[in-house]
Design a protein around this ligand. Structure first.
Ligand code: 9B3
Ligand code: ZN
Ligand code: ZN
Length: 427
């Protein structure tokens, strides 16, 4: 009898529609349409409870009336959460109805899967794989790649930067900086850094744009700025964003590295509560990862002309300021650069990227690396938010890596070539 009952229950679970509103056996990501201020209050409340993880916007305080909210909800809380939504007349769709399967797909070791035809660069890689790849790449291209250690993470993992250079020696070389993986769960970001390095090395002297870029500029690439967080997303919690530093006054772990830089540090748009996703840390550059990058840029600020930070998701090309609604002095120039880049992505990949100053395009957010780099004197400073718009969000399937990277590469080349023209050394 008991067995029969269990059997009946199981059967009913399988019969639930895919968009199952009540109970699901799987963790899901919901898209919730907020239309009133009261509803915003409710969703802000839900998103900070029930073991949910807010995907978009990044923090409850960014939720207002007319916000589309993407929320990860664990299976055992789906009933409670969807009931609450219904009670408050909030409509929602299921964006992802089984995140466990998606995560499993992304972490499977495809090299042991003979059916997979995807290249190394069309897969996600563990931190250990990426360290191995850095070493191997430097060995394979000894005349074009140098690896330097710029510091170490909170848990003492090395922060390696690859310096790519063309084979033409030029005096007073200008430089580009690119960092990936500030935020642990944004896996497409480190994947892009690997993609970019491999593409540059393969197409040097084959593709004119890449050849010109590498002959005129050294390119510094930091593939994983937040190795502790990245590691944690592979072992423990795929939704983790911050680094893994412990705080004295709280049991909560992690600081948002993109709120830890000295640009209107910890004002509106950041949080001083260690449990929050946008916790700014104890003081500017309190985190070893942010400090290492800041130190490197301070000591290379005369040569670095272009700063680029890679994030996901949302499809946006952003420039300073995030930390203020003020326009930077060369706003019009930066706007033209991202507009042209977005136009090319639209033309060649039929994909729309939003573009503009961060504070107006995404949200007011202080303490970001791009704003800090700008104020240091790197007046071509950008943050890219790669694919997608929320269909898969942070769980972008491996099959979509190549398109996401190719279009970002096109945008990068477009901007970099313009910056090369604009910063031509005066004879
Ligand atoms: C945030 C800041 Cl503070 C900035 N300067 N530029 C871009 C962003 C957006 C990313 C963030 O850290 O919230 C999106 Se993942
Ligand atoms: Zn499941
Ligand atoms: Zn990010």
């Amino acid at each position: 009898m008991k067995a029969l009952l269990i059997w009946a229950v199981l059967l009913n679970f399988y019969k639930l529609p895919k968009t199952g509103d009540c109970a699901s056996t799987h963790d899901q990501v919901l898209s919730i349409q907020v239309t009133t201020h009261q509803q915003a209050d409710i969703v802000r409340n839900i998103s900070s409870q029930y073991e949910t993880v807010l995907w978009s916007p990044t923090s409850p305080e960014y939720i207002g009336a007319h916000t589309e909210v993407h929320l990860f909800v664990p299976a055992n809380k789906l009933g409670t959460v969807t009931d609450l939504l219904q009670t408050h007349l909030l409509t929602h769709q299921v964006l992802l109805d089984n995140t466990e399967d998606l995560i499993e797909m992304q972490t499977r070791n495809e090299s042991s899967d003979p059916r997979s035809s995807a290249s190394y660069y069309e897969r996600y890689h563990s931190l250990e794989d990426i360290y191995y790849w850095i070493n191997k790449t430097a060995q394979d291209y000894p005349d074009m790649v140098k690896v330097t250690l710029i510091g170490s993470s909170y848990e003492k993992r090395p922060l390696y930067v690859l310096k790519l250079s063309g084979r033409q020696e030029r005096a007073e070389k200008r430089a580009i900086w690119i960092d990936c993986g500030i935020h642990a769960r944004e896996w497409i970001s480190p994947a892009f850094c690997l993609w970019f390095v491999q593409y540059s090395l393969n197409f040097y002297n084959l593709n004119n744009d890449i050849t010109e870029m590498l002959n005129s500029m050294d390119i510094y690439v930091l593939p994983v700025m937040n190795p502790d967080g990245y590691k944690y997303t592979w072992t423990t919690n795929r939704m983790w964003r911050k680094n893994r530093s412990l705080s004295k006054e709280s049991n909560c772990v992690g600081t948002d590295l993109n709120r830890n830089f000295d640009a209107n540090w910890c004002t509106k748009g950041a949080s001083n509560r260690p449990c929050d996703e946008i916790y700014c840390g104890q003081f500017p550059e309190s985190e070893p990862e942010a400090e290492a990058v800041a130190n490197f840029l301070r000591s290379h600020k005369d040569s670095v002309k272009l700063y680029l930070s890679i994030h996901s998701y949302g499809q946006m090309l952003l420039f300073p300021y995030s930390c203020s609604n003020e326009e930077v002095p060369n706003h019009a120039e930066l706007f033209e650069l991202v507009q042209e880049a977005a136009m090319k992505v639209r033309r060649y990949y039929r994909n729309n990227y939003k573009y503009g100053a961060s504070a107006k395009t995404i949200y007011l957010a202080p303490g970001g690396s791009d704003d800090w780099a700008y104020n240091l004197g790197i007046h071509y400073s950008f943050t890219f938010e790669l694919e997608d718009r929320g269909r898969y969000g942070f769980l972008l399937p491996p099959s979509l890596i190549s398109k996401a990277c190719n279009e970002a590469l096109l945008a990068l080349k477009s901007i970099a070539l313009r910056v090369i023209q604009k910063t031509q050394p005066q004879p």
